[in-house]
Design a protein around this ligand. Sequence first.
Ligand code: BYC
Length: 306
Amino acid sequence: MSSFEDVLAADRRIEPRDAVPDAYRSTMVRQIAQHAHSEIIGMQPEGYWITRAPSLRRKAILLAKVQDEAGHGLYLYSAAETLGVDRDDLTERLIDGRQKYSSIFNYPTLSYADVGVIGWLVDGAAICNQVPLCRSSYGPYARAMIRICKEESFHQRQGYELLLTMMGGTAAQRAQVQDAVDRWWWPSLMMFGPPDADSPNTARSMAWRIKRHTNDELRQRFVDMTVPQAERLGVTLPDPELRWNPGRGRHDFGTPDWDELKRVISGGGPCNAERIERRRRAHEDGAWVREAALAHAARRQEGETG
Ligand code: BYC
């Protein structure tokens, strides 16, 4: 039987029954749970716009996207459960603030352009971060990520297509897109986490092949990928320091406000309280569905055994 170290050295996947160090297990539970919570909380900022979509086509697209996010949350909770934790317990930990979710979902969505910008920038950042996670060392997480990334790519395209349409519209629509880009650019860069020098988990997660790239490497990749898309769209990214550096062959860019990231992660963002309260209510409102499903399963089992 291969040891944990042998599996990692051969770049194979760790599977649920494999013996792993406790810290590997708790790191995986932390990252997968945080990721699952992000998908579920991430339904809220866009979900608000489902009843406000400007056309049937836009409504159908947005509905499909938000439903995909529910699905991502469910695959990820299932992946976490293979590590011996319980989904209900993870939800409790989210609601009482013991587990985190992505900082990005604590900002408000003020216009329909925000739906486009979330697709373009937030899902674009998510793809940059998550494609390498398809090769993450924990098998159930890596496999869940393959389908999630395919769906994220549809999400990113629907956002970009929406913005292209708005940019071909009126001056007021173009201004709405620029305003949304101005508000979401820096929070999108913060999605990649703190700078490497202040990231307590990166070195170990890289050694365990959970993460394949550091936070700063992925942030740089995202900036390089996004600049030409912004040019094609005709919007300005709100960073006066953003410019091509021919020496590095990459873009230089300004420093995000790391104090803001800390504040938002620790509960002080514009929408933290509202997001958690909404999640708590949805969980309570869904109690009867869970009870009915359990009663149904018990009755079926009685029928099979009795
Ligand atoms: N927000 O040592 P670090 C989506 C925490 S959903 C909040 O660098 P790590 C979508 C971090 O957890 C996208 N917390 O940590 C859905 C750690 O916490 P602890 C969600 C953050 O884990 C719907 C501490 O700060 N994606 O795309 O090595 C609609 C120190 O950080 C953040 C994922 O979850 C943050 N931005 O790296 C649309 C991807 N950054 O130790 C779209 C999977 C850091 O105090 N996760 N923290 O508990 C990852 O790739 C990594 O966990 C991170 C952080 C890169 C996020």
